[in-house]
Design a protein around this ligand. Sequence first.
Ligand code: X2X
Length: 336
Amino acid sequence: MVRLDRRSLLGASAVLAAPGLLAHPAHAAEFTYKYANNLPDAHPMNVRAKEAAARIKEETGGKVEIQIFPNNQLGSDTDMLSQVRSGAIEFFTLSGLILATLVPPASINGLGFAFPDYDAVWRAMDGPLGAHIRAQIGKAGLVVMDKIWDNGFRQITTSTKPIASPEDLRGFKIRVPVSPLWTSLFQAFGAAPTSINFSEVYSALQTRVVDGQENPLAIISTAKLYEVQKYCSLTNHMWDGFWMLGNRRSWVALPKDAQEAVAKNWNAAAVAERADVAKLNAGLKAELEKQGLAFNQPETGPFREALKKAGFYAQWKQRYGDEAWAILEQSTGALT
Ligand code: X2X
């Protein structure tokens, strides 16, 4: 679907202006690969990816050049997932929860209120839970790098009211990413979730197709969602991260030493990005308050209880299976 709103026009002109596409340099790289994502240029993910691409070029003696297409320039997450599978793009970072439309177990880290803090997140994602998920991604035919990039703990913003208790979510029109787990989570609260790709979120909020959304503060800030939202409720209701996915054919086409340089630098960039995002998220509340967002910090106990009562955890335990659930609970403690 082509929609010529402000954002896609900006995206289209940026694609046309991208140097490698129009010019034919005398010493073209042997492998010119595209990395696409859904986040604004200013987000640490794109900042660190740019550094990694420069190092990859240097360490491969110019053989591997990675062009970065941020901000949904090449389409929505749904589009880009098709593109990385077909080889139209070579690399793509995607939330595990959205990847779950292809690899169902990949959403498990997004279960409501599973992780108490970042220590538990990295223990799980750099440990057995991450390994379990990556094995499933591999079986689906995609390449995945070892280190997941941080998106963050997610918070709810609205244009209408603060969310102070689970009752405030009843009937609430909220945008969620395209992902069965996300829809299920907000349905369990009795909300009215609508699946919308991130490429359409700003305009969906602006035109009041939905009254709210949920994202980490780093995204609320870099995507300027505060321009179209009034309240921010610090629910920390789930942790979300981005897997660096690769097209398998393009990956195996790279010589071994180039693969190593690419993997090493993508993984190092992910680790650096985690620190950036944690720092950003910790400092952004004051800045977003200045932009006009009103904050509140609800107690999370009643939200967890509401999920338990709705049978949310029991239902997802059955879907993921006992083995995966046991691996998750190693890092989170008992959830059911
Ligand atoms: O779509 C979203 O909300 C985002 C940007 O956080 C994800 O990629 C999951």
